[in-house]
Design a protein around this ligand. Sequence first.
Ligand code: AHR
Length: 326
Amino acid sequence: MRRFCSILLSVAMIFCMAGCTGIRTAESSAGKAYVIGFSQVGSESDWRVANTRSMMATFEDDPEYELIMENARQQQENQFAAVRKFILEGVDFIIIAPTVEEGWETVLTEIHEAGIPVIIMDRSVAVDDEALYLTNIGSDFLRQGNLAVEWLEEEIPEDTQIKILHLQGTIGATAQIQRTKALEDAVAKHANWEISSQLYGDFTEAKAYEVMTAYLRENKDIDVLYSENDNMTFGAMRALEEAGITYGNGGQVKIITFDATREALQYCHDGKINLCVECNPLFGPRVKELIENYRNGIPIPKHVYVDESAYTTQNITQEFVDSREY
Ligand code: AHR
């Protein structure tokens, strides 16, 4: 509940920032030189809040730009509605952070026909015609999953049988698809690895806590928790504690998490999370650079991946944790 309240507070602050600094909602978008419509997934995680903040902070002090953000509350239909509103308003540019990969063909075609350039940010879209968007900037989620799997390969001797509990994010989102693929491919290669269950946590702490609590009533035999984002991990940690199951360095359950937000890194530093795989949300400056290149006629690549690493207790310091921006 405490963490849920803190995400709500952050989201409220972001909307207050929007009201107070000239980053406008769609209703008040007159008069600026270059208007960008931004359809954001939601505010489901600390990662997402940091991503929204990065986007808003990048454009808020630049009089040349207006950023209109619409929060889709994790519903793809809300994204379609937002995008159609942007088209009607005649924005100059559209940025979409897609909830899921499938289902974008129609609305991207509408944007294309309206002659508005589009950047797909964070996750990807599955469309046959890549000309429907300018570029896709985001994480290499498969690489993130492979970093986790490689760490686990080093941790677990081949003659040791392990049961992996898999907490999945929003089904159909690139972050879920690729992180799941890395794990499932690795399990297929290791006879001693078993996925005991796949639980749906929707990238939120509350959902993960709920499904973990229910699961742990019947099952306590877990060696590894592979959790597809930090907020689900926080919910799972609370459920494990309440079930009397130890975790982290020296505990029963090894925890692998994705995002590497400051709070997760602190747990990692303190030995409560074994591995944090980084997912960088700070896209604002990179997106702006891509837009400026586009405006100046500079060719931009079709896919732009950001650099990311993985952290354990052994390779982070308190200074590193404290300096984390998100
Ligand atoms: O698409 C990025 C994922 O979405 C992050 O891992 C997660 O925290 C967010 O909700």
